[in-house]
Design a protein around this ligand. Structure first.
Ligand code: CU1
Length: 586
């Protein structure tokens, strides 16, 4: 039996001495310790807390938008006054602001928070920060102080962006399209606060990406070649390359917007020689690659969870690894597919073709995951539920992209609810569901506690069914002509909107179940052993939760990350978490 050299040994049960979570003695000492820490694990947890807080605010905005859409008319008369559905229900109740405008602001804030502040930093900054060094057997990232700086920059940028909401909010939509973003609201500072926030957060993203690229190149444990790296590491590496190359473009774009807004530079205003579509080119040159910053880390998580919980070697390791790099490369060539309705036919046809190219590496990944499941010893725990949920939802998200990449059908579907549904199937059905898979997979490692599986599974079913109820019907609405971004709509769409809003409440219930399950786990969960699922990657060699410096001794890699068929998983005790029998050959 080949094995891994380490002093980590078998874990004592949870909360052992010297874990990164061990208190420094007093509350003040702990706060000071966390606020100045350069430990990638603590920074990962700090990112997770900040991200989930913002996810909560973005979610509240989404719920408010869905409540407003329960009724087709914008305003109804109540006691001689014209009020909106939201006002009547006490959800959107502004004083002295046009109701439509409030709807637009809630919708914009939902989009801006969820994209710029939650899903872009999302998996890399939280789970990536925590697990990338552990998975390659390193003590930390290459630049620990830069890592801490990125967290502060991210929080500072987020506060800047949220300040725009406090002073009244912006109504441009998260894409900040000109001319809306250069002309709406007499008060410049709302748009400027949001865009400055985006500009600042961009630096956090670049810092994280740069850190991960150098970490992967320089800090892999002895014996770990490029093709011995876990696929999550490959995915984060590909993401980091996009972060470094694409993010400066959004920085330039929002600067141009700020200068146009404040000083009339004539970049986007045709009256003084500008071109409003130019903004869209700049914006999407960043914001399409960013879609892959959002989804590639999710792919990485699925490659880990599907192998570990199906007890099987990944099918086609190199194909999956290179598909990540392929997607990263093609992601830079497809930006103009967001502008099919505003450009020449030849250009549109070329971008349509390039967009279809992305389907090739993506489909390779999906086929390889399904092949990995074939004849696997599948454990139907919460993580596997989310993994299979991801395959189902992401496949729908991917396939419904094809009619949008096709010029003739896109003319009809452009800016309709069909796009909203497609986008949410990819971003929520893909990224958020995969993040939930990752959080359940790695929770025992991060916090040293197990969680209640039946409760977590209930959470899964509420999230899964609630999500489909909310968004599947939006494909149908969109195909029937319901445009996106409007507070009011023709009566014929009301039933479908009501169904969608009920779905959003179910989704909320699912998240509350998960929240309680995680809190319950932290307070009185059963202590986790070092390797409860019998995983093969290096993070399972560390204690649960890991020591301050990760491993007692630098691990030396002697087998691949997915050798489930030939190697007994290190530190695994069947008494703790029974797994299906595995016919180990050695
Ligand atoms: Cu795109």
């Amino acid at each position: 039996m080949s094995t891994i050299d380490t002093h980590a040994g078998h874990s004592s049960h949870g909360g052992h001495h010297g874990s990164y979570l061990t208190s420094k003695g007093s509350l003040w000492a702990d706060v000071a310790n966390w606020a100045t820490t350069v430990d990638h694990k603590k920074i990962g947890v700090m990112y997770l807390v900040a991200l989930l807080t913002l996810f909560f605010f973005g979610g509240v905005m989404a719920l408010a938008v869905r409540v407003e859409l329960l009724e087709p008319t914008r305003t109804v008369e109540v006691a001689g006054e014209m009020v909106t559905t939201g006002q009547r229900l006490g959800v959107l109740a502004p004083d002295g602001v046009s109701p439509n405008n409030i709807y637009n602001r809630a919708m914009t804030l939902h989009g801006a928070i969820m994209t710029f502040m939650f899903i872009v930093p999302g998996i890399p900054a939280s789970l990536g920060n925590f697990f990338l060094p552990l998975m390659i057997g390193a003590k930390d990232v290459a630049f620990p102080r830069l890592n801490l700086a990125s967290w502060y920059v991210y929080v500072f940028g987020s506060l800047f962006a949220l300040a725009s909401a406090i002073v009244g909010g912006i109504d441009t939509g998260w894409t900040l399209y000109t001319p809306y973003s250069t002309m709406t609201d007499a008060d410049h500072w709302r748009v400027v606060a949001m865009t400055t926030g985006v500009f600042i957060m961009g630096f956090a993203s670049i810092m994280t990406g740069l850190n991960f690229v150098v970490t992967v190149h320089k800090l892999r444990a002895p014996g770990m070649g490029w093709f011995d790296m876990p696929l999550f590491v490959w995915a984060i590496y590909a993401t980091a390359i996009i972060q470094v190359l694409a993010t400066p473009v959004v920085g330039i774009t929002v600067l141009m917007l700020i200068f146009e807004r404040l000083f009339n530079f004539g970049l986007f205003d045709p009256r003084i020689g500008g071109d409003p579509v130019l903004f869209q080119h700049f914006f999407w040159f960043y914001s399409h690659p960013v879609v892959y910053i959002m989804i590639l880390p999710a792919f990485g998580i699925i490659s880990e969870t599907i192998t570990c919980h199906a007890r099987k070697k990944i099918f086609g390791y190199k194909a999956v690894a290179f598909a990540s790099l392929g997607i990263a490369a093609v992601s830079f060539l497809v930006w103009a597919h967001h502008m099919f309705t505003s450009q020449g036919e030849l250009t549109a046809a070329i971008f349509s073709f390039l967009t279809f190219l992305v389907a090739v590496p993506t489909a390779i990944k999906v086929f390889n995951w399904i092949s990995t499941l074939y004849k696997g010893s599948i454990v139907f725990n919460t993580t596997m539920h989310y993994t299979l949920g991801f395959l189902f939802l992401f496949t729908i998200g991917g396939l419904t992209g094809l009619p949008l990449a096709t010029l003739s059908t896109d003319m009809h579907l452009h800016d309709s609810y069909y796009v909203v549904a497609h986008f949410h199937y990819v971003m929520f059905g893909g990224t958020v569901i995969a993040m939930l898979a990752g959080m359940h997979h790695w929770w025992p490692k991060m916090f040293g506690k197990m969680y209640n599986e039946p409760a977590a599974k209930l959470g899964f079913w509420l999230v899964f069914l609630g999500f489909n109820l909310t968004f599947f019907i939006q494909f149908i609405m969109g195909a029937h002509g319901m445009p996106r971004r409007y507070a009011s709509y023709p009566d014929e769409f009301q039933t479908m909107h009501i169904i969608s809003t009920f779905g959003s409440w179910m989704l909320l219930a699912g998240f509350l179940v998960h929240l309680f399950t995680f809190i319950h786990s932290l307070i009185q969960g059963k202590p986790a052993t070092a390797n409860p699922w019998g995983g093969m990657t290096l993070e399972w060699l560390a204690e649960s939760p890991p020591d301050e410096h990760n491993f007692a001794k630098e691990p030396i890699v002697k087998h691949g990350p997915y050798d489930y068929d030939t190697v007994v998983p290190p530190n695994y005790d069947p008494a703790d978490y029974p797994l299906p029998e595995k016919p180990y050959t050695h």
